[in-house]
Ligand binder design. Structure first.
Ligand code: K1U
Ligand code: ZN
Length: 184
C-alpha cells in the first residue's frame, strides 16, 4: 500500500493557505477522525505535508489549514532525511515529571518565537491513515513539536503557555507585522 508517509517526500503537491492568528478557527477544538473520514484524510495528507515542507516547518495541524479534524503531520528531517509522521486522533498518555524550556515558533504566528516550558518526555497514542493504532515515546524537539501540534487540535497556541503580558506583546507584534505586510 502507498502510504501518506511514503508519498510525503514529494514536496511538489498542492499547498494550502495557513491560517494566521487570531483567526477563530485556530481556537476551535478539532473533532475525532472517524472511519468514514479516512478517504478525506488520505486526500488531505499530501497537501498537509507539501504545505509544511514549503513553509518550512517541522509540524502542521489540520486546524491550521481550516480543517477541524484531530490530524497533524510532523517531520523533523533528522540528518536532512525525510521522516514523516502522521498523527490521527493523537493523545498524550503519559508525561515526564521534569519540564524543559525550548524556543518554539508557529506557522500560524509567523515571525514570533518564545521559550515554552513543557514536559521533557511524552508517550503518544495515535492512529495512522489505515486506521492502525500506534504508540511512541518522544523527547527533545520531537516531544515539543508533538505537544505543540496536539495543542493546535485543542485550540491552544504556544503563546497560551506564556504570561499574559508576554502573550499580548507577541500578539500585538504579530498584528503590526501582518498589517505592514498587507499594506506592501
Ligand atoms: O505547528 C506549527 O505551527 C509548526 C511549528 C512546529 C514547532 C516548532 C518549534 C517547536 C515546536 C513546534 C513549526 O514548524 S515553526 C518552524 C520551525 O520551527 C522550523 C522551520 C524550519 C526548520 C526548522 C524549524
Ligand atoms: Zn503552531
Amino acid at each position: 500500500m502507498s502510504t501518506a508517509a511514503g508519498q510525503a517526500a514529494d514536496t511538489t503537491g498542492e499547498r494550502l493557505p495557513i491560517l494566521i492568528a487570531p483567526h477563530p478557527a485556530l481556537r476551535a477544538k478539532a473533532r475525532r477522525v472517524r472511519p468514514e473520514d479516512l478517504d478525506l484524510v488520505r486526500d488531505l495528507l499530501p497537501k498537509l505535508f507539501a504545505t509544511m515542507y514549503a513553509a518550512p516547518g517541522i509540524g502542521l495541524a489540520a486546524p491550521q489549514v481550516g480543517v477541524g479534524l484531530k490530524l497533524a503531520v510532523v517531520d523533523l528531517q533528522p540528518d536532512d532525511k525525510p521522516a514523516p509522521m502522521v498523527l490521527i486522533n493523537p493523545e498524550v498518555i503519559a508525561v515526564s515529571e521534569d519540564q524543559v524550556m525550548r524556543e518554539e515558533g508557529c506557522l500560524s504566528l509567523p515571525g514570533q518565537y518564545a521559550d515554552v516550558s513543557r514536559p521533557a518526555r511524552v508517550r503518544v497514542r495515535h492512529e495512522d491513515e489505515t486506521g492502525a493504532r500506534h504508540e511512541f515515546d518522544a523527547e527533545g524537539l520531537l516531544a515539543a513539536c508533538v505537544q505543540h501540534e496536539l495543542d493546535h487540535l485543542n485550540g491552544i497556541l504556544f503563546v497560551d503557555h506564556l504570561t499574559p503580558l508576554r502573550r499580548n506583546m507577541l500578539m500585538r507584534k504579530l498584528a503590526k507585522e501582518q498589517k505592514a505586510k498587507a499594506s506592501g
